[in-house]
Ligand binder design. Structure first.
Ligand SMILES: [Zn+2]
Ligand SMILES: [Zn+2]
Length: 247
């Protein structure tokens, strides 16, 4: 599978195999309109703005470029939050209700954590993590490999136990939003600092899995990079916008 980093700073999004977005915080400034037309599914970790910001404009940009609605995939609670607080005919039109014969905008598909579902050639499993709203990370598997995408999380347990069951885990994408001096703030807001990242990674049985870090808040990015370097883990890479990987 091919993964391209679209946004990895204050707003996050990744593009998988050209047609699937992992979160949608930073899309329209990076992808050409023809590339936006190819997006069929958006897999959401949670409802926070920095992960959903570009969904309304993406739909605007692609109304005539698609024959089917974009599938917004997430837990029931995440989708309900987005319907109630974004597509509520107040902040933005209710594009689920307005999807009809003439134009196809948006469709909601709810998934349950812990239960595998298929999306074309991919098998996907959501597992809950620790954040201030209901949030999941996703194991994504195709014929060759599995990867784990964790959006926002503070220190957590279940997803690491699950990761240890996967045989072919080729990469883990995980946030580190704040520097060590903001440990208390990060814990309270469900985020990681380099110190807690280090202890989270110690929960993995296989210490050789490549780790890709994103969501460094721009004000602190230099400090966070230095503190991650000080961990001394050579498997860790800090992502840059438009990096891409094949697994
Ligand atoms: Zn969040
Ligand atoms: Zn976030």
């Amino acid at each position: 599978m091919e993964i391209k980093v679209l946004g990895c700073r204050e707003t996050t999004s990744f593009l998988l195999n050209e047609s699937l977005l992992l979160d949608a915080g930073y899309v329209i400034d990076v992808l050409k309109i023809e590339e936006q037309d190819k997006i069929k599914h958006i897999l959401l970790t949670h409802s926070h703005l920095d992960h959903i910001r570009d969904i309304p404009m993406l739909i605007d940009n692609t109304i005539e470029g698609r024959s089917d609605p974009i599938n917004l995939i997430g837990t029931e609670r995440t989708l309900t939050q987005i319907r109630s607080h974004l597509f509520n005919d107040s902040i933005w039109p209710d594009l689920v209700r307005l999807s009809g014969k003439n134009f196809s905008f948006l469709r909601f598909k709810s998934i349950k954590s812990g239960r595998d579902f298929s999306l074309n050639e991919l098998t996907i499993r959501a597992i809950e993590v620790s954040h201030t709203v209901e949030t999941v990370g996703y194991f994504i598997t195709d014929n060759n490999a599995s990867i784990l995408y964790i959006g926002d999380t503070g220190p957590t347990e279940k997803i690491w136990r699950e990761a240890n069951k996967f045989q072919e885990l080729k990469a883990i994408f995980i946030e580190t939003a704040f520097p060590n001096r903001l440990l208390d703030f990060a814990n309270n807001s469900g985020h990681l600092v380099p110190l807690t990242l280090k202890s989270e990674l110690q929960k993995l049985n296989d210490s050789h899995i490549p780790i890709f870090i994103f969501h460094l808040k721009p004000r602190y990015s230099e400090t966070i990079k230095e503190e991650i370097e000080a961990i001394g883990n050579t498997n860790i890479t800090i992502l840059q916008s438009e990096d891409s990987f094949e697994f």
